[in-house]
Design a protein around this ligand. Structure first.
Ligand SMILES: Nc1ncnc2c1ncn2[C@@H]1O[C@H](COP(=O)(O)OP(=O)(O)O)[C@@H](O)[C@H]1O
Ligand SMILES: [Mg+2]
Length: 179
């Protein structure tokens, strides 16, 4: 394989959030463009807002109230919605080899939406996911939220409207990653 074939092109868009509400709104925007079978991986330290953005995503996608989406930290996997089923997983408390016991097969079987906190713990990631990385910034309520996906994947089109959605401080581009 030549070096160029070994290169994976990744597209990214970065957004700044100044409040919990803004992060939830961004989540709702994502939830509004999702299709069955889409997977979202949420990366970031504790307290950066993974559960907040997940609430927005799932409430919007499954058509339920924000307050009904609760953190799966203890349950590991929560299921929402009837017609538009979404699963919310949080693997923070689990050891890698035990993830198979959580029963993720059901997610793949029904082509549901899957939102994962701490996806680093998963041994295999079968779906080309939209990667969302949250990090702290200077102010107490400031977060940087970076969306990343493989160029040429379904996310190119899905993410194309985010420019119009958000006038928040932005920075975007394409990065080349060597596998
Ligand atoms: N801009 C912001 N976006 C998201 N959460 C924020 C923001 N500013 C402050 N917060 C607070 O940070 C915390 C994020 O918690 P949570 O979503 O549970 O994080 P995680 O799931 O990443 O551990 C909440 O207490 C929330 O009120
Ligand atoms: Mg959380």
């Amino acid at each position: 394989m030549s070096p160029s074939e070994n290169k994976q092109i990744t597209h990214y868009i970065s957004r700044k959030s100044y409040s919990e509400e803004e992060t939830i709104e961004l989540g709702k925007w994502i939830g509004g463009m999702l299709q069955p079978g889409d997977h979202i991986y949420l990366h970031g330290e504790i307290g950066t807002g993974k559960t907040r953005i997940a609430k927005g995503i799932i409430a919007q996608y499954s058509g339920i109230h924000l307050d009904d989406v609760v953190s799966p930290t203890f349950t590991l996997l929560n299921r929402y919605g009837e017609d538009r089923v979404a699963f919310h997983a949080d693997f923070y408390r689990i050891d890698q080899p035990d993830i198979e016991d959580v029963g993720l097969e059901i997610v793949y079987e029904y082509a549901s939406v899957l939102v994962v906190e701490w996806p680093e713990k998963m041994t295999e990631c079968p779906e080309a996911a939209l990667k969302v990385s949250l990090s702290y910034d200077e102010g107490e309520n400031e977060r940087i939220i970076v969306f990343e996906w493989r160029t040429g994947s379904k996310w190119d089109e899905r993410m194309s409207d985010i420019e119009e959605f958000s006038q928040i401080t932005k920075n975007h581009g394409i990065s080349h990653q060597v596998n």
